[in-house]
Design a protein around this ligand. Structure first.
Ligand code: ZN
Ligand code: FE
Length: 250
């Protein structure tokens, strides 16, 4: 059995504690103090630090946590030089094991060249590649690359829980509604998210099924979205690129 705790960091980042029978990992620690407090509250001892990509708001706590707990840093092997304190570089081909549990590594370039998603059983940690109703900005990739990465994530079973790197959900929902106001699943999710945030709770996790039903970046074949963009006959990558372009200035 795996237990997961959501740990808010910085202004709107999420790190995650993943506790198994004989390991405790943190995914994307922006900073050490909130992670240390969350560990202490549960009397958990950190064994591993997992990074989805090199950005400082996902790796800023690496060195402090590594020094304090002797935890091993695990991250994208193809971006080894940019991951502070990296001990174990993983690739899609290598996968990885933690305490006898198989961890699937999906290489999902686009937000950064080296971005990866960790899949542990039915839980996927997508960093800044896939957000609730959004996707990461294309800092180091192009639309074709990001679309291929999101398409790879869409192969995960619908029940897969999605844990992403930021609480951007409400703003993403507002943007999604500009393109697809007639999507009943989206309207319903907007209401649910508004209530969750009003209680001050995180909107994580999502599920792949819910993302496919409401995330405009995964819904480039939606007739309503294509009509909104005037791109009924365009190919998927072109539609994705236009949705991304509009979100960049939303
Ligand atoms: Zn990032
Ligand atoms: Fe980030």
């Amino acid at each position: 059995m795996i237990e997961i705790a959501v740990v808010p960091c910085l202004a709107d980042n999420y790190a995650y504690l993943v506790k198994g029978p004989d390991f405790c990992a943190v995914v994307d620690p922006s900073q050490a103090p909130p992670i240390e407090a969350a560990l202490a509250a549960r009397r958990w001892r950190l064994t591993h630090i997992l990074n989805t990509h090199h950005h400082l708001d996902h790796t800023g706590g690496n060195l402090d946590l590594k020094q304090r707990f002797g935890a091993k840093v695990v991250g994208p092997g193809k971006d080894a030089a940019r991951i502070p304190g990296l001990d174990i570089g993983v690739t899609e081909a290598s996968g990885w094991q933690i305490g006898g549990e198989m961890v699937e590594v999906l290489e999902v370039p686009g937000h950064t060249r080296g971005a990866i998603t960790f899949v542990m059983g039915g839980d996927a940690f997508t960093g800044d590649t896939l957000f609730a109703m959004g996707c990461g900005a294309l800092f180091e990739g192009d639309p074709a690359m990001m679309w291929a990465s999101l398409s790879k994530l869409m192969q995960l079973p619908g029940a897969t829980k999605i844990y992403c790197g930021h609480e951007y959900t409400q703003k993403n929902a507002r943007f999604a509604l500009t393109l697809e106001p007639g999507n009943p699943a989206l309207a319903q999710r907007m209401d649910a998210v508004t209530a969750t945030r009003a209680r001050g709770e995180p909107t994580m996790p999502s599920t792949m099924e819910l993302e496919k039903a409401t995330n405009p970046f995964l819904r480039v074949s939606s007739a309503e979205i294509r009509a909104a963009l005037g791109m009924q006959a365009a190919d998927d990558i072109a539609v994705f690129a236009e949705v991304r372009r509009r979100k960049d200035s939303f």
